[in-house]
Each structure stands twice: as C-alpha cells, then as structure tokens.
Design a protein around this ligand. Structure first.
Ligand SMILES: C[S@@+](CC[C@H](N)C(=O)[O-])C[C@H]1O[C@@H](n2cnc3c(N)ncnc32)[C@H](O)[C@@H]1O
Length: 270
C-alpha cells in the first residue's frame, strides 16, 4: 500500500493538492457530470471530451449514485446504523446521511475523501448534522483512516458498518494494491457489515477507455478492471444477488446498456 510500502512515484502526480485550480480534478469533473456547480473550466473541458465519446456518462454517474443510496437503504433496513463513505466526493443531495438518518436519526455517517477541496465542501455542508463527520483521508492508507475512526470514536467497529466505495477503486492502481486496501478495512469489520462498490469496467467501449487513458498522471487516472477482478475485491464477503454486474442491473431490468460500463456489487460479511 502507498505510504506503508513506500508507494509508487506516480502517486505524487495523482494526489490532489489544496486548491490547485490549474489542474483538472476528478472530484470536480464528477461534480460537473452530476450537474453540480463546484467545478472549473479545466474540469468542464475534460468532462466535455468524455461526454463527446460517451454522452451517457452523466446517466451512468446518476446510476452509481442511485445504487449507493439503494445499498445504504437496504443495509439500514437490515439494521445497520453506521456508514463509512470512502471517496465521498463533492456532496450532492440526497446523500448517504440523508437516506440513513431518514431510517434512523441516530445513524452515524463518516465521509472520507483525500481531496482537500472535497473535504472543505463536506465539512461545510455535511458535518452539521449530529453524528456526521467529514475526514480528510486517503484510502491507500487504510490504517490511518481506521486509526482516526477508532481514536475519535466516530465508528464502533464492534458493530456492523456499511462501507461504500462508489466510483473510487479504479483510481487505485494495481501497484497500490486495491485488494489489500479492502482487506485492511474488511478485517476490522464486525459480522453483518456490508461493502458496496461500483468500479469502471474493461467491458466499456474502446473509445471510452481511450478517452480515459488521456488522464494519465492526473488525479483522474483510472485503471478500469474486469468484473472478475472487481469480484476479487469482495473476498471474505458473501456476494449478494445479482453479483458483479453493470450498475443498472441493480436498479431496474429495463435500463439501457451504456458504452461506459460501471460494475456494481454488494457483499455482506458473514
Ligand atoms: C468519481 S468521484 C465519486 C464520488 C462519490 N463516491 C459519488 O459516487 O458520488 C471519486 C472520488 O474519489 C475520491 N478519491 C479518489 N482516490 C481516492 C483516495 N485514494 N482516497 C480517498 N478518496 C479518493 C476523489 O477525490 C473523488 O472525490
């Protein structure tokens, strides 16, 4: 894992810096795709190129948000009261805490992102409700995040937790060991915890993969993976039906296929 093992050199180019408005930024590109206003011209240019080759990317982004909220609702209905949103992004509504607290106002929610701009937004917009906290943290250093959760008693790891990793793991390169990152969190989770993932798929159209390849050495560099590779990230969890499938299949059977494929999965720790 990054710091714990020295980390790959490319990490330095890809980690967002505070308020570096001259650089495109994956969180702000995503904010633009979701219709938000917290983005710069450079982010809109990158988003424009992506939309040119795959106009349905905006729709895919909304599918992913809907899937995340569905996973939160399902786990909350099953009695889970703690939520850890890793790579939470610039807040959009409804968000994890709004869904979770509707089911139980005492739900605890922690939003984590490594981008200082995202963190500032989360802190300002989300950290007001009781038991909702925004942390600046890099999932490539899971033990630092787990340490903060324990030391600040934000999450009780003796009780089940829902971890959402929505559109985040494909920003972790193979040499940063994404499976080890998940395992570090999984090993600390109580039985009955859930992991919900969406991950960019290699089954996406070649022109989509080509546009994304242009983001090398920026915070939007991605490593899309096969559904089989994504499934390995759920090792140690029981995979819920329908398994690792394009995100729309989790939502409704009649939703169209898209050229950018995002696989989605939910696992439950036995
Ligand atoms: C595509 S956005 C998705 C945001 C949100 N999960 C959603 O679905 O709306 C990806 C987010 O992951 C964050 N991110 C990427 N790599 C990260 C890392 N190593 N640690 C923490 N956050 C990370 C980015 O800053 C960005 O906010």
């Amino acid at each position: 894992m990054a710091e714990e093992t020295g980390g790959p050199a490319s990490e330095n180019y890809r980690t967002p810096r505070p308020f570096d408005l001259g650089q495109m930024n994956s969180a702000r590109v995503y904010d633009y795709l979701l219709g938000g206003k917290d983005n710069q011209e450079i982010d809109r240019d990158v988003a424009g190129q992506m939309l040119f080759s795959a106009p349905e990317i905006k729709t895919v982004a909304w599918f992913c948000r809907s899937f995340a909220l569905k996973a939160v609702e399902m786990a909350a209905d099953a009695g889970v009261r703690q939520f850890l949103d890793l790579g939470s992004g610039i807040p959009s509504s409804p968000n994890v805490h709004e869904v979770a607290k509707k089911i139980d106002p005492s739900a605890r929610v922690v939003y984590v992102d490594y981008d200082p701009v995202v963190h500032a937004h989360c802190d300002a917009l989300l950290a007001k409700p009781h038991d909702v906290t925004a942390l600046l943290g890099d999932i490539r250093r899971p033990h630092e995040i787990l340490g903060q959760l324990k030391n600040r008693t934000l999450i009780d790891l003796n009780e089940p937790v829902v971890i959402t990793l929505i559109g985040v793991l494909h920003y972790v390169m193979d040499d940063e060991h994404p499976a080890d990152i998940i395992a570090a969190f999984r090993d600390q989770l109580a039985p009955g915890s859930y992991l919900a993932i969406t991950h960019g798929s290699l089954a996406s159209a070649p022109e989509v993969l080509q546009v994304l390849a242009g983001n090398k050495d920026t915070s939007a560099q991605v490593s899309f993976r096969s559904a089989a590779q994504t499934e390995t990230f759920l090792a140690g969890f029981e995979l819920l039906e329908p398994g690792v499938v394009p995100v729309q299949q989790w939502l409704r059977p009649d939703l169209p296929e898209t050229r950018m494929v995002m696989d989605a999965a939910i696992g439950r720790k036995p």
